[in-house]
Design a protein around this ligand. Structure first.
Ligand code: G1P
Ligand code: ZN
Length: 576
């Protein structure tokens, strides 16, 4: 095999964000852009002899081309084997599962998660370490440092690998094993949840609807919900073989039924074929972007349970019939009911949540007598806690929930966890949630996102807040008094590393909170997130709309941030 060494010059913008390097597709299409970053990863992790790499992505535009490049670079960098999902497909949780199962030297996941795809959309790349989790900051910083001084990269001169057929292929000395992207993951799910009980629930007429949002979870959902759990499916799906060549794309020009037909149909899985542009949608499972599913769950003759996942399969949204459950509440309810689920019957070591996530889980942890950790935003901060056996369940308000079964958040896992609880308790999602609030009180919660605002305006808001800390301390707003305001910093209890500047917190004496944070995953302008939380112990107020209950806090947030004046935005882009 011929290895080519190519001279290159650094790009200055290859700093990984909350979750890997994300840029617009045209940025990634610049000559050497992807190669520089991949070489920076390989130079940083120094590939040991005999090392295996996991490789796959969410199927978005440029996925296949990027995989061919990375395979050739892996061969040139001394990997012995690469495990790649058929069709170039691997959900983020499935990649984490494979890294752990086969004890590989980490993996590369190609995804920009919930960001739109297509030629004008986003692309992304992230490196996960041997524990299956996102590389911690010290590694991402080293990769960034390497990217700033790179002068050459190495790539094998070889033909493209056939990605659509499982089997082993050679690039020089390196073996490329094209594997089924679903099997190992589906087996892991079967080992954690009571599939027989869920099957009985579904057989009894409990109706579910899962929206894969034209992204990576389609094939996973079809295998797990339809093939293994017996959820109803239309003939269309049965005629679409899952395994085999080209399985990730409609065969013979067949298009998935769309529109009203799908919504009304008895099919349990919708939008289940991964498309390079996610059907032009925004594959983010929330009330705004997953509106197709929301309309079904809030419509006439709604199913009993609805769920959606994002571009790369690590997020989840859970809906009941005419009912939305916040991710923060979902984490708390999973923790409170974990004893009903086989994989968690032995008890939880602890729970971790990101700082902006509501404190609902803290109350459950307290009742269970287990610790609850508060980490900065981003899944990478949970890894050490899980590796050290300190926590079992983790969650973020941003529709991310997971456990120590892998080292990523896991959308389908959360759906199965809920289905397992529902199969045991035989109550509705709403009834379970209301009972939970009655027992623990309700942490009323909402997040307001102002997307794509000018960076200067966003930075100005954050600076104003910082400059107001002294003045805000102890300030009175109606019946609310500020107890503490700061910029959250975190000291990792396992390795002692410190992360600063993780979000401005304004905490009131009654426990209510406002948090301001700038997104670290956006690719255009800046996204400012405002997180709002108050605690309502009074059961007679649990039915109130969250926006209504949080109105005072929302008013304070707008006032102290001068947000409307500075951004000229009248309302948030997305409310969750
Ligand atoms: C967002 C979420 C965060 C999540 C990340 C990756 O990051 O807020 O919780 O871990 O996406 O899915 P942000 O854009 O806020 O930096
Ligand atoms: Zn994601």
């Amino acid at each position: 095999m011929q290895i080519r060494t190519v001279a290159t010059t650094p790009f200055t913008d290859q700093k990984p964000g909350t979750s890997g390097l994300r840029k617009r597709v045209p940025t990634f299409l610049q000559a050497h852009y992807l190669e520089n970053f991949v070489q920076s990863i390989f130079d940083t992790i120094s590939v040991p002899q005999g090392a295996t790499l996991v490789l796959g992505g969410d199927g978005r535009y440029y996925n296949r081309e990027a995989i061919q490049i990375i395979l050739k670079m892996a061969a040139a960098s001394g990997f012995t084997r690469v495990l790649v999902g058929r069709g170039g497909i691997l959900s983020t949780p499935a990649a984490s599962c494979l890294i752990r199962k086969y004890r590989t030297h980490g993996g590369i996941i190609l995804s920009a998660s919930h960001n739109p795809g297509g030629p004008d959309g986003d692309f992304g790349i992230k490196f996960n370490t041997e524990n299956g989790g996102p590389a911690p900051e010290k590694i991402t910083e080293a990769i960034f440092a390497a990217s700033k001084k790179i002068s050459q990269y190495h790539i094998a001169d070889s033909a493209d690998v056939e990605l659509d057929r499982t089997g082993d292929y050679e690039i020089g000395e390196m073996t490329v094993s094209v594997i089924d992207p679903v099997e190992a993951y589906a087996e892991l799910m079967e080992s954690l949840f009571d599939f027989a009980a869920i099957r009985t629930l579904l057989k009894g007429g409990f109706r579910i609807k899962f929206d894969a949002m034209h992204a990576v979870t389609g094939p996973y959902a079809r295998e797990i919900f339809v093939n293994r759990l017996g959820a109803p499916s239309t003939r269309y799906w049965r005629s679409q073989p899952f395994a085999g060549e080209g399985a990730m794309r409609p065969r013979h020009g067949a298009a998935e039924p769309t529109g009203a037909g799908v919504a009304a149909s008895a099919d349990s899985v919708m939008n289940a074929i991964p498309l390079p542009d996610f059907g032009g949608g925004h594959p983010d499972p929330n009330l705004t972007y997953a509106h197709e599913l929301v309309e079904i769950l809030y419509g006439d003759n709604a199913p009993d349970f609805g769920a959606a996942s994002d571009g790369d399969g690590d997020r989840n949204m859970i809906l009941g019939k005419h009912f939305f459950i916040t991710p923060s509440d979902s984490l708390a309810i999973l923790a409170a009911n974990a004893h009903l689920v086989p994989g968690y019957q032995q008890g939880l070591a602890g729970i971790a949540r990101s700082m902006p996530t509501s404190a609902a889980a803290d109350r459950v942890a307290k009742a269970l007598g287990i610790p609850c950790y508060e980490t900065p935003t981003g899944w990478k901060f949970f890894g050490n806690l899980m590796d050290a056996g300190k926590v079992t369940l983790c969650g973020e308000e941003s529709f991310g929930t997971g456990s120590d079964h892998i080292r990523e958040k896991d959308g389908l896992w959360a759906v199965l966890f809920w289905l397992n609880i529902l199969a045991v308790r035989r109550q509705s999602v709403e009834a379970i949630t209301r009972e939970h609030w009655a027992q623990y009180g309700r942490n009323v919660y909402s997040r307001h996102d102002y997307e794509d605002i000018p960076s200067d305006a966003a930075n100005g808001v954050m600076k104003l807040l910082h400059d107001s800390f002294a003045e805000l301390q102890g300030a009175q707003f109606g019946h609310l008094q500020v107890k503490l305001c700061d910029d959250f910093s975190y000291t990792d209890p396992v390795d002692g590393s410190v992360s600063t500047g993780q979000g401005v917190r304004i905490i009131f004496t009654d426990g209510s909170r406002i948090v301001f944070r700038l997104s670290g995953t956006g690719t255009g302008g800046a996204t400012l997130r405002i997180y709002l939380e108050s605690y309502e112990p009074d059961i007679s107020k649990h039915h109130l709309d969250a926006q209504q209950s949080l109105a005072t806090l929302i008013g304070i947030a707008l006032q102290i941030s001068e947000l409307r004046k500075r951004t000229r935005r009248e309302r948030p882009t997305v409310i969750t």
